[in-house]
Design a protein around this ligand. Structure first.
Ligand code: NAP
Length: 216
């Protein structure tokens, strides 16, 4: 549980950004995204939530949760508005965003407004997520993409499934998202430099623990 100091707010509560992702590894694109979302959506804090066992992924294909948590912690340590949660990585069973959002939506009074930030490609699949209608009621989504992405077809599906919910999904275009975790893993496997693609402590962590040597 996070106990966050209440700093501002129109409705008396906090605006909390939950940055959801696998972060295997975290990179500059994620950090630029979180900072841009913080400013554009007037967020008091951004809490990075590395995914535990994602329900839609092969567990063996991703790095250990503890590695992803520690790399994320190293990456955010210099930003006073950024935090990292162990909420998902400490679960032994697959984790669902609805449980994470419910966790952060209660316990802080007055109730915070939750913004769930993640890749637009992931949000396109939201109709397959557990309790997605409740999720859309409980939080606002920030769908992140590189410039030129369109959510038009997604909004058409949203109109059919959940009318009047367009205002709950915003597109945030981030040029720095040309960097991706896949790109970094591939470069490490080819012994290519990843300098300036991820913070230096993360780069050192990857080298020290021999992560991504076999690609993937
Ligand atoms: P993913 O399929 O690994 O990623 C899809 C795309 O989004 C990739 O291009 C990825 O780039 C990008 N991305 C992921 N997180 C991002 C972020 N925070 N900011 C910017 N770009 C991001 O997606 P995932 O990481 O597995 O899932 C994303 C989130 O959705 C997680 O929090 C996950 O738990 C949640 N989710 C929930 C459910 C459910 O509740 N049923 C189902 C699916 C996903 P990078 O690889 O460079 O990050």
């Amino acid at each position: 549980m996070f106990f966050l100091e209440s700093r501002s707010n129109k409705s008396g509560g906090l605006n909390i950004g939950l940055m959801g992702g696998t972060f295997d590894p975290i990179h500059m694109g994620h950090l630029v995204t979180a900072e841009e979302a913080r400013q554009q959506f007037d967020l008091d804090y951004v809490i990075f939530v590395p995914a535990g066992i994602p329900p839609h992924k092969d567990e063996a294909a991703i790095s250990l949760p503890e590695h992803r948590y520690l790399m994320t912690s190293l990456a955010v340590m210099s930003n006073p508005s950024f935090f990292v949660s162990r909420m998902e990585i400490d679960q032994e069973q697959p984790t669902y965003t609805i449980d994470t959002v419910r966790h952060f939506a209660c316990g802080n009074e007055p109730g915070p407004e939750i913004f769930f930030i993640t890749g637009a490609d992931a949000i396109l699949e939201i109709f397959t997520w557990k309790d997605y209608e409740d999720l859309l009621r409980l939080c606002t989504f920030i769908a992140v993409s590189r410039p030129g992405y369109s959510l038009d077809r997604f909004y058409e599906s949203l109109d059919r499934s959940c009318p009047d919910m367009r205002h709950k999904v915003h597109l945030l275009e981030i040029p720095a998202l040309a960097v991706s975790s896949t790109f970094i893993r591939e470069r490490v496997a080819l012994s290519k430099t990843i300098k300036y693609l991820t913070p230096e402590p993360v780069e050192q962590y990857i080298r020290k623990h021999g992560l991504y040597k076999s690609g993937g």
